[in-house]
Design a protein around this ligand. Structure first.
Ligand SMILES: NC(=O)c1ccc[n+]([C@@H]2O[C@H](COP(=O)([O-])OP(=O)(O)OC[C@H]3O[C@@H](n4cnc5c(N)ncnc54)[C@H](OP(=O)(O)O)[C@@H]3O)[C@@H](O)[C@H]2O)c1
Length: 335
């Protein structure tokens, strides 16, 4: 079978397609024929050697969806033919986050989904909503779950709350969609007026171009009538101080990403004088994934896919992500 590896060095150019033997599930394991995978910014960082992962070769990408094609002895959770997603954290089924829960992450400390058949613990997969195609389901394990956990497991978004999402990448567009399902008002920022138009078509209530309005934090606070309740912070270096401006007294900043850089000076008094809740989070557990897929099923929600690439075009898909040319998710379909 075919797989993609980061093989020669940590770069997109260092990736190669290889032929490897098809794995066979042992007791308690399943074999999943991957039908589609999706890209996350984290995969781009990992492939470039900036994700803290060491040891070549690495099969990258955490997010995929496929069909169970092999079942090892003793497996009862899933059956042959089930449509499933592998979980981002293979080691986090339920309960609170811990170092042990975060230990095994696909496309990092465990081989990723860019392989035609992968063997996983049966506990490490979850069924996908029937209305979703494989490419749609492949968007859920990292970006979808991170947005879900931020809004409903860490924050408690309620109808009428204001949510701000930064940019129009995978996590942010999921956060927009989930926040609208919950009856919140959503502010979207973007570098592109055309993308902001698309965000409005998805239900965004207010949009700000962060290139032309550099003090967008103040603008968001004014629009929301005194400050935003929940901010999905994916920008990092260039956005965090504006998020502090945007937040209401007692508001929540959900720290998820580092799109513009890793560190930033923080005005400490803003944190305590505004009584802010600053919560860092990374992806989530299988139990959280299952709450999310139940909500997606109930609401017949469809993830937003920008483009689907063929399996041979993985490097092109990564370059599209690198230049931020997308809106929502980028997907790779398997042969
Ligand atoms: N902690 C976690 O568990 C977790 C999980 C998933 C993702 N992440 C992180 O979250 C971030 C987003 O991931 P993703 O996969 O959604 O990325 P993505 O799809 O690549 O998002 C790219 C988009 O982000 C926007 N952006 C870039 N720089 C920005 C800035 N300075 N201000 C506002 N928006 C900016 C741009 O939107 P416009 O083109 O509209 O301007 C760009 O198109 C990454 O840092 C990723 O590593 C973390």
């Amino acid at each position: 079978m075919k797989a993609w590896q980061v093989a020669r060095d940590w770069s997109i150019e260092g990736m190669e397609q290889v032929d490897v033997p098809e794995p066979v599930p042992g007791p308690g394991q399943v074999a999943v024929r991957i039908k589609a995978a999706s890209l996350n910014y984290r995969d781009l960082l990992t492939i470039q050697g900036k994700g803290g992962v060491t040891g070549l070769p690495l099969i990258p990408f955490s997010d995929g969806a496929g069909e169970v094609v092999g079942v090892g002895e003793g497996v009862t959770r899933v059956a042959l033919g089930d449509r499933v997603c592998p979980m981002f954290f293979q080691s986090w089924i339920d309960g609170k986050v811990s170092a042990a829960a975060r230990r095994y992450a696909l496309g990092g400390t465990r081989p990723g989904v860019l392989q035609e058949v992968m063997v996983l613990d049966a506990e490490g997969v979850s069924r996908i909503p029937s209305q979703l195609s494989f490419p749609e389901a492949a968007t859920l394990p990292c970006a979808g779950l991170t947005a879900w956990r931020a809004l409903f497991e860490e924050a408690n978004v309620q109808p009428g709350d204001t949510v701000l999402v930064q940019g129009t990448g995978g996590v942010s567009i999921f956060a927009l969609q989930f926040a609208k399902l919950a009856g919140a008002s959503v502010i979207v920022t973007s570098s592109s007026d055309e993308k902001l138009e698309r965000a409005r078509a998805l239900g965004a209530d207010h949009t700000i171009n962060y290139r032309s309005v550099q003090e967008w934090g103040k603008a968001a606070a004014e629009w929301s009538g005194g400050g935003v309740d929940h901010i999905v912070e994916v920008g990092g270096k260039d956005t965090f101080s504006q998020s502090l401006e945007a937040a209401r007294v007692g508001g929540t900043i959900l720290v998820i990403g580092v799109l513009s850089g890793f560190s930033q000076q923080i005005a400490m008094p803003t944190l305590f004088s505004k009584n802010l809740h600053v919560i860092g989070l990374s992806v989530g557990s299988r139990r959280m994934f299952e709450s999310m897929t139940a909500a997606i099923g109930r609401n017949a929600m469809k993830p937003v896919i920008d483009r689907v690439f063929g399996f041979d075009a993985v490097p092109d898909a990564l370059r599209l992500m690198q230049r931020g040319g997308h809106f929502g998710k980028i997907v790779v379909e398997f042969p």
